[in-house]
Design a protein around this ligand. Structure first.
Ligand SMILES: Cc1cc2nc3c(=O)[nH]c(=O)nc-3n(C[C@H](O)[C@H](O)[C@H](O)COP(=O)(O)OP(=O)(O)OC[C@H]3O[C@@H](n4cnc5c(N)ncnc54)[C@H](O)[C@@H]3O)c2cc1C
Length: 421
């Protein structure tokens, strides 16, 4: 995804009183979006002026776009968040967020030291998403998921114990389903892999992309049930909407993501899906001191279309939020980015790939890169995304700006007019 830059001038900065307490920024979630936002804030803002706390349930950064690789037995790099943020001034707090009080400006977390309440001046909400079982009976009990690292590890253990010839059913014909089915078929050629897709296989792709997808599926021996919905999942089969039972020693459920339910339990304005509604600077439309980024945010991209839940959207939204927060605190020009897509990078196992070039609003162009070069391109994109997260300030902070706006919530501080700019 790329962005187009415009600028908007804010009111003249006021001098920051020397005695002003540090502005407290709490970032919830250390995935691609949260880690990206925390690092960018540390790069932009002087550490004497802000205190940045990054809360994440897992002590490690999870390279979620590689969960299908983890599930098929590959080893991923271990990336502790504390090491990633060492020397940046960002305080990493391994803890689970259990509540957000968006009116009282507090967050409740549970970590090694028990329950704790964190107070913020600015909140960046980046709790991401999990799997979405759409309420299909038996899914929660019997299906495996890839949205979380723990889910991927459970699937890995289960795949490893299957005898040759056993059936594996991947449900969901989107990007995650396609990547999962091909990865499993390539790494476990003795298993009988099939994919069930509600629509046609890759029907959002260009003709070249679709042809290539079918070729690779054929080469890997993956059976495809198109225009088919799964209505029930049991321990040894799935049943489809026309009553067909498909044998399944393992069912892998990849039919979309559901956002973390926490936002819905707050007074923040959310969509029906539970995503926080934000403006073009990723600021909540109901609570100006809250920003939402990544899968958790309902943000609009080119053509006014909601951004797709993806790493490709998460990183630019994180940068946009961080830059907007820094601009508002330092009285500088407010960046206004129009997020746009450039391509969809799809792995088809380790040796094959598909790069589908798309319009700014994510519709397939009539051009695609396929084969080994596409696999290498996709690998490079994954490496860059992880590198960006693991080097949150890109080495050393280079543009450390002084905060000029008083923290609005501090006793004695004049209420900021900037927050409403
Ligand atoms: C197998 C797979 C392949 C994918 N491939 C691609 C791809 O090729 N390209 C692409 O663009 N996208 C891809 N995606 C989607 C992409 O991974 C997500 O859209 C992206 O991770 C969203 O980033 P995020 O930071 O918003 O959320 P996440 O990466 O989910 O990060 C959220 C963070 O919040 C933490 N968290 C959650 N709940 C709590 C809590 N209560 N307390 C504390 N911390 C919490 C989590 O531990 C996590 O670290 C893929 C997803 C999967 C599952």
């Amino acid at each position: 995804m790329q962005t187009q830059k415009q600028t908007q001038t804010l009111a003249q900065p006021q001098a920051q009183p020397q005695t002003q307490a540090r502005h407290r920024i709490v970032v919830l979630g250390g995935g691609y979006a949260g880690a990206g936002a925390a690092g960018r804030l540390a790069k932009r803002l002087h550490r004497d002026d802000v205190r940045i706390t990054l809360v994440n349930a897992d002590p490690d950064f999870v390279e979620r776009v590689r969960n299908h690789q983890l599930a098929t037995g590959q080893t991923l790099e271990h990336r502790p968040l504390s090491e990633m943020f060492a020397g940046t001034g960002v305080e990493v707090k391994p803890a689970r967020v259990t509540a957000v009080d968006a009116d009282g400006k507090t967050v409740t977390v549970t970590g090694a030291e028990g329950e704790e309440e964190l107070t913020y001046d600015t909140l960046v909400y980046a709790l991401g998403s999990g799997w979405n079982d759409h309420g299909v009976p038996g899914t929660a009990e019997h299906a495996h998921e890839l949205a979380s690292r723990s889910g991927a590890l459970r699937l890995r253990a289960r795949l490893a114990e299957l005898d040759a010839g056993r059936p594996v059913v991947v449900v969901g014909g989107g990007l995650t389903g396609v990547e999962a089915a091909t990865e499993i078929a390539e790494s476990h050629p003795d298993l009988d892999v099939c994919l069930v897709a509600r629509a046609g296989l890759g029907d959002w792709l260009s003709p070249k992309g679709r042809r290539h997808l079918r070729k690779v599926f054929g080469r890997l021996g993956i059976t495809v049930h198109e225009h088919t919905a799964v209505t029930t999942v049991e321990a040894d089969r799935v049943t489809t909407d026309d009553g067909t039972a498909i044998p399944a020693a393992v069912t892998v459920w990849t039919a979309g993501f559901a956002v973390h339910p926490l936002a819905r339990a707050t007074t923040l304005q959310v969509t029906d899906r539970g995503q926080i509604v934000v403006d073009e600077t990723m600021r909540s439309v109901s609570h100006p001191d809250v920003y939402a980024v990544g899968d958790a945010a309902h943000a609009l991209g080119a053509g006014g279309k909601p951004l797709r839940m993806s790493c490709a959207s998460g990183v630019p939204t994180a940068w946009q939020a961080a830059d907007a927060i820094a601009a508002r605190l330092t009285g500088r020009k407010l960046p206004k980015l129009t997020p746009r897509y450039f391509n969809q990078c799809i792995s088809l196992g380790r040796k094959e790939g598909l790069i589908q070039y798309v319009t700014a609003d994510d519709r397939a162009r009539n051009a695609a890169l396929t084969g080994r070069p596409a696999a290498l391109y996709k690998e490079l994109v994954c490496k860059l995304a992880a590198w960006g997260a693991a080097n949150p300030t890109l080495g050393a902070p280079t543009r450390v700006r002084r905060v000029t706006q008083p923290s609005p919530s501090r006793p004695g501080s004049p209420a900021t007019t900037q927050a409403a700019a």
